[in-house]
Design a protein around this ligand. Structure first.
Ligand code: GLU
Length: 435
């Protein structure tokens, strides 16, 4: 059995008192922003009730035979929050912290995210509560296939299209696509996105979330009349989002001064060499044993002296406890839900320009949309075409969110929610209520 040991996560998720636990409930975090934006939009009471309720919540048991012959049973979830604008879209995560509340909040965020970038999808999310670092590849494959077959009725290119999320990747998507296709008795590539390119994946999909973060950060710097060259960036999380954002930001001329993973962070005020660090991590090594830089904790990275902070790991890393210590002028939310609603207030009072998750990390689902379009057309684009179309969508969404925020004198997060809620509400009004 091949397992990777998992470093202590306490640095990212410190012990919580009860007030902080309440602040960090992801569904409450989503709802408090939704309520405020809905109120600013004077959303009618009927639609308000409809948009607050998830359309479908599925809980399944996922039994598997472990490599040693024991049987273990995991719990899997899939939540379709709202599908008025199109098929449900959103990732599947494998993590010990997965709960129905978390998956529901993330499904709602997907709904708003797809609307912000104006792609024709609703929002969904799924997950299995498990520790993938304690499971062999074969066990992960069994969990993935059993989970897929348990939720198979919801899946389909026209109904619900999963993608990678925390601790899932192209390989997991390939298993989902194969399991679904075996049930259907023919190959259905468009049932998942984020697949390997060899089997219907899109060029540029793997890099898309990090690329989107780079693009909106560039737009924010322009808007704030700050230079790109030499801008100091600190990035929490060196997975698919953080590592790509780091490389692309460095390519643009920014100075990436700190990056971190679960094992801790590394810091060099003169700028890190991202290529070297990527090489180090490719050998399945953690940043804590990287030699060529000072070592810092994840908590220290968040409050580091820098211009741009990119939280690209997990939820709730910027809370009322550390928000006032943040020195960055711009926060680009690569992760979903990294900032609590209480922290938002502190950041706003301190003049921090927050590019909200539902805009900042929407590059991933945007290229997922491109992948789904390519699969359905059976015609594949070159990488430049993918990247140019992604850039056009991200820049336009940034402009639309900023102009909504400007018109209403609110921050970008509420501007993004307002834009999204308005788009989803418009479709509900046109479609009317089926009874
Ligand atoms: N899991 C990613 C997200 O949170 C991508 C979702 C997708 O491509 O469907 O945006």
């Amino acid at each position: 059995m091949t397992t990777a040991s998992r470093p202590n996560q306490d640095v990212i998720r410190p012990d919580k008192d009860s007030a902080l636990l309440a602040e960090e409930n992801p569904f409450e975090a989503m709802m408090s922003r939704f309520d405020y934006a809905a109120q600013r939009l004077s959303l009618d009471p009927g639609l308000y009730k409809v948009l607050r309720a998830p359309e479908k919540q599925i809980i399944v048991s996922v039994p598997i035979v472990r490599d040693n012959g024991d049987v273990d049973v995991y719990t899997g979830y899939r939540v379709l929050y709202n599908t008025s604008r199109g098929p449900a879209k959103g990732g599947i995560r494998f993590d010990t912290a997965v709960t129905l509340d978390e998956v529901t909040a993330l499904a709602a965020w997907m709904t708003w995210k797809c609307a912000v970038v104006n792609i024709p999808f609703g929002g969904a999310k799924g997950g299995v509560a498990c520790d993938p670092f304690q499971l062999s590849n074969l066990e992960l494959e069994r969990i993935t296939r059993r989970y897929t077959s348990a939720i198979i009725e919801t899946l389909g290119p026209d109904s619900d299209v999963p993608a990678p999320d925390v601790n899932t990747n192209e390989r997991v998507m390939a298993w989902i696509m194969d399991t679904y296709s075996m049930h259907k008795r023919h190959t259905v590539t468009a049932v998942v996105t984020g697949k390997p390119v060899e089997m219907g994946g899109s060029l540029g999909r793997r890099e898309a979330t990090g690329r989107g973060c780079m693009l909106v950060t560039r737009e924010a710097l322009k808007r704030l009349r700050m230079p790109v060259e030499g801008t100091r960036v600190a990035i929490q999380g060196f997975g698919n989002v953080g590592s790509v954002a780091a490389q692309l930001m460095e390519n643009l001329g920014m100075r990436v001064v700190a990056v971190s993973d679960k094992s801790g962070g590394i810091y060099n005020p003169e700028g890190l060499r991202i290529r070297d660090i990527l090489q180090h991590c490719r050998q399945r090594r953690f940043l804590s044993d990287y030699k060529d830089a000072d070592h810092i904790t994840n908590a220290e990275l968040i409050t580091l002296d820098c211009d741009v902070l990119v939280p690209a790991a997990m939820e709730n890393v910027i809370t009322s406890h550390n928000a006032k210590e943040i020195k960055a002028r711009i926060i680009c939310e690569g992760a979903n839900g990294p900032t609590t609603a209480n922290a938002d207030k502190i950041l706003e009072a301190n003049g921090v320009f927050v590019i909200p998750d539902i805009l900042a990390n929407a590059g991933g689902v945007t290229v997922s949309y491109f992948e789904w379009v390519q699969d359905r057309a059976g015609y594949f684009w070159d990488e430049d075409t993918v990247n140019q179309r992604l850039e056009r969508i991200m820049v336009e969404a940034f402009e639309e969110v900023a102009s909504m925020a400007g018109r209403h004198g609110i921050n970008l997060r509420i501007g993004a929610y307002m834009l999204a809620i308005e788009r989803v509400a418009a479709v509900h009004r046109l479609r009317g209520m089926y009874a």
